[in-house]
Design a protein around this ligand. Sequence first.
Ligand code: AMP
Ligand code: MG
Length: 649
Amino acid sequence: MTHTPQPKGADNPDQDQFLTILSREDALARFEAALFPRAVPSEPRSLAAALGCALAEDVVAPIDVPPFDRSNVDGFAVRSADLASVTEAAPVRLILNDEVIACGVAPVRPVLSGTATSIATGGPVPRGADAIVMVEHTQPSGMRAIEIRRAASPGQFISYAGSDIARGEALLRAGTIIGSREIGMLAACGIAQVNVARRPRVAIISTGDELVQPGQALRPAAIYDTNGAIVTAAISENGGEAHFLGAIPDDDALLEAAMRKALATSDMLVLSGGTSKGAGDVSHRIIGRLGEPGIIAHGVALKPGKPLCLAVCDGKPVIILPGFPTSAMFTFHDMIVPVLRRMAGLPLRSDAKVTARVPVRIASELGRTEFVMVSLVEGPDGLIAYPTGKGSGAITSFAQADGFLRIDALADQLPANAQTDVTLFTPHVRVPDLVIVGSHCTGLDLVTAPLAHAGLAVRSIAVGSLGGLAAAKRGECDFAPIHLFDEKTETYNTPYLTEGLELVPGWRRMQGIVFRKGDRRFEGLSAKDAVRAALADPACIMVNRNQGAGTRILIDRLLGGMRPDGYWNQPRSHNAVAAAIAQQRADWGMTIAPVAHASDLGFIPFAEEHYDFALVKARKQRPAVQAFLDALASEAGRAALERAGFRPA
Ligand code: AMP
Ligand code: MG
């Protein structure tokens, strides 16, 4: 087996996909075999322009540094043998030679026995001398002599020629990234210019009819081009010279022209999108026409990232990253960065790793190497890695994550409490000062703002009320924000607390029916009547909430067992409900007042929900916890909550 199926043409778009899924290791090995070995092109650069570049070849020191035996102190050059018998009580008197060796002055007079020559720090040691005596350890003795009261060992305060850098020594190795220290070493040897690896020119193209560049207005059903910006930055971060060519629509002819043009002037081409099964996905079909050998792997057992397409066209790597930004990022870092760095003459990336425990079981698809983004928090017995992923379409999971863990292709899960390696996105972990795990609310950001501005690292991990409570019981967070209604007692939150937890009242959120302003079916009605009206109209579509959401309990109470059209549309957030109604995918739903108002929707209040905090008592004295409690109780905090439509408790 040396080859994967080639595209069979646009007439049968679904069948040319993923017939052979390669393992991550196989795909990378084939890709590298098709690209390497190859010479790394180099170019001469001045020291200043070489900053951040990789040296293309070893640099051998052309001179000794220092170039001569040099004094390290201000003092006198002497013969150490003259001072062999000296003591505090029996000082030695040396006659001064008629010369002062300043920096940059070549000595002309030898130091004969019984004499000394005045010398400055950095001055060349004169002939005959083998030690320097510090000026502080001498006393003038008449106009032309000094007295010395302590012995000097041979070589004292002298840096010998070549003691720092010896001529012929390997100064810097090929592949070294040139930073200020390297520039210093080169300058010390008198080197003004070095051969560095030429940064590979990498062209970047986003594909998709739906893409709009940041800074421009978003039209309906369009999204901003995220990959263009991320990939461009990630290429620069890994030694490439990135040239972003914009987003091209899913049009065979347009895209082929753009790809040909890009390849003609670049060493590598990275596209994103258009690599999955969609009929409009054309990029991978074009590759077959661009040069040999073409596609090396299309479909890799990665999660996220299965549709990754790796190709080589006439010696140049052509890559199609999956469209979803998170998938694009993972595949780029895992599969493309090693190749790019090798082309750029850079050493492999060495990412920092830590060991952490996973608090919950993480299911994984058998047969695919899976990457899971995690947030790190300090637990009772070491670091804990919370999965933060929101699915491969989510970009924020990247910003909130500290790193990722890898689940082997042969594993179908990572069991709860497993210890695992976490690869960090940054060189160091910064364990957050305040950890909030539970239900998310935009009000939370208002309360934590002053903490963040004061330099405290606040991490809030949205796992829902029940997940947060469980984390609080395990002592893995400071607070769990919860809004759990207890049917039996008809109260919020308190009945759910257990030993070791304490309730900190948060704020009230008005839940109610949302609809588009002006919708006659709902204007002016009570919540109960509005739902009755909705049920009476067969054309009316609702939007529900996910099982386990506090809001869902309220909806089910209002519906009393009915399942109207739209019931199975169950998004996980308040904002999704508002968007569905604003965009006319649904006509009514339930959300909180601030979200309804932000989307300019009609709102019928129904019930006030209590959003409170389960505080882990053992953590109460922590400074960040106190700061949070202060912020929550502060005038400014309460005012900010009220402005946003919440009612502080
Ligand atoms: P595709 O592989 O083209 O089918 O894209 C898969 C998903 O990723 C779709 O939801 C696309 O809208 C989305 N996507 C594709 N390219 C980009 C991009 N450059 N930025 C953000 N999302 C993208
Ligand atoms: Mg697309």
